[in-house]
Design a protein. Sequence first.
Length: 264
Amino acid sequence: MESIKLGVPDGTGACLVCHPLNRPLPSWLYHQVSIQTTLFDDTKYSALVANLDAETLSYVSDIVLSPPNSDKYHTLSPRFITQFCDSETQKIKKLLTDLQLGDEKPSHLLRKMKELSNGQLQDDFLQSLWLQRMPPHIQTVLSASSESLDKLAIIADKVSEVVGASSTICAAKNVPPPSQSSSCSAQPTMDSLARQIQELSLQVAELTRERNSSHHQQYSSDRRRSHSRSRSVNRGSGICYYHRRYKEQARKCVSPCAFVQKNE
């Protein structure tokens, strides 16, 4: 982030170093200007205004458009505190409920919590709040340590880095190459299709055998019934085979035969 250097109008050669201001503004931020007490009020005022973005400027536009003749900086700086600095109630709410670790380092979260507590909380209570926001694996490591809160934050940073690196390596090892993945996904599909085709073939063969067997049984049954009827007719008529077939032209006869030769 670049610093802004503004010369003092009286030509003394003094300059003000001020970093660009971003919202929300912590309560100490405007002091980067106010602590430089040797500078003129106009210079500090100009430094603040020069580093405001358009949205932030809209909250103090009345002062910027019509600045007082004197004490410009001391008129502008309280407005920042009123508009952008959290009240004590808001700070406690953030400290107890809103602040979460997210993607930040554990030490960064601790720094924010200390800023919000503003020295009003004992380290033991602050440590308890901070530990509650740590992942379980970090809580396990820190629970056995008797180091100070600041040193615990450094340990937590190292544990977080090691675990994060290990997770990345494991994830990379578990991802197969694209060609292998495609081959693996395609192979079960081909095997499944082959099994289905084989099962269908077996079913068709079984149905064919059953159909042929049924047809053969039906044919045999029909023949037996036909032969039985023929034999029954033959036995019922008492006529031998030769006379039944050739009638009067029969040259043979098998007794007993009830065929009666017609008179010519």
